[in-house]
Write a protein that binds this ligand. Structure first.
Ligand code: 4AZ
Length: 251
């Protein structure tokens, strides 16, 4: 996250940190969002490189506010039982179309996550519900604090970004035809806050009638916090049916 501020995961208790084991060390991979006690929604491109079958390489930590410090009172750690990449995920045009994936947490003694002050699920918005351009949303993650930085943020950060109209984001000078109907754009009007490398898969939420809903999954962008280069998000409301089918949850 560029700009924005450090927060406790209590402000984003659905935030999931996905780690990958490479040569015995756990490396932070991506953000995600807890949508039910056993399921995390994230970005498909987090598993690029044919890693999706190697589910034993991944772990998911809920309740995490600090990347390199363990808070045993808050954190709940899980192995991964299953990873579903959207069947139409496609990056052949370099634009991560259908950049959505589901990760099933492996239950321990018959239970996945337990609701606490630090861990809770986020609501999915109703299918096809569209936000108006200009509405303010919140994003959160451990991603880089500036483009090109050598490391991820040590602390969870949040930022505010406003929805950019589709026709604006499709202008030449923005992203032209890279933006499909499975994506939307969001940016700070003064370009001072944005998602960045490592925020991928993480939540974009917006409050409707006092409740926060997961409208977006951090997907891509040209660098970070650059003028006329909004962050691009997977449009969660296009996937209610797919999510329902994969998880068996009603939607
Ligand atoms: C990335 O590389 C990335 N500014 C994610 C989001 C954005 C840029 C890059 C949006 O994961």
């Amino acid at each position: 996250i560029v700009g924005g501020s450090v927060v406790s995961v209590k402000s984003h208790p659905w935030f999931a940190a996905i780690f990958q084991r490479t040569r015995q060390v756990e490396v932070f991979l991506c953000g995600g969002s807890l949508i039910s006690p056993c399921w995390v929604l994230t970005a498909a491109h987090c598993f690029d490189g044919g890693l999706q079958s190697r589910k034993q390489l991944f772990s998911v930590v809920l309740g995490k506010s600090s990347l390199n410090q363990m808070d045993s009172a808050a954190e709940q750690t899980f192995r991964v039982e299953e990873i579903f990449i959207h069947e139409e995920y496609n990056n052949s045009q370099g634009n991560y179309n259908n950049d959505i994936a589901l990760v099933k947490l492996e239950a321990k003694q018959g239970k996945c996550s337990e609701e606490t002050d630090w861990v809770r699920t986020v609501c999915l918005p109703p299918p096809q519900r569209r936000l108006q351009p200009g509405v303010t949303c919140e994003i959160a993650g451990f991603g880089k604090e500036r483009h090109g930085s050598s490391r991820f943020s040590q602390n969870l950060r949040e930022a505010q970004v406003d929805l950019v109209a589709d026709d604006v984001c499709r202008q030449e000078g923005y992203y032209s035809d890279m933006i499909t109907d499975n994506m939307f754009c969001a940016a700070r009007p003064d370009w001072s806050q944005d998602a960045c490398t490592g925020d991928s898969g993480g939540p974009l939420v917006h409050e409707v009638q006092g409740r926060l809903f997961l409208f977006g999954v951090v997907s891509w962008g040209d660098r970070c916090a650059v003028q006329n280069r909004p962050g691009v998000y997977a449009r969660v409301t296009n996937y209610n049916k797919w999510i329902g089918e994969k998880t068996g949850l009603a939607s």
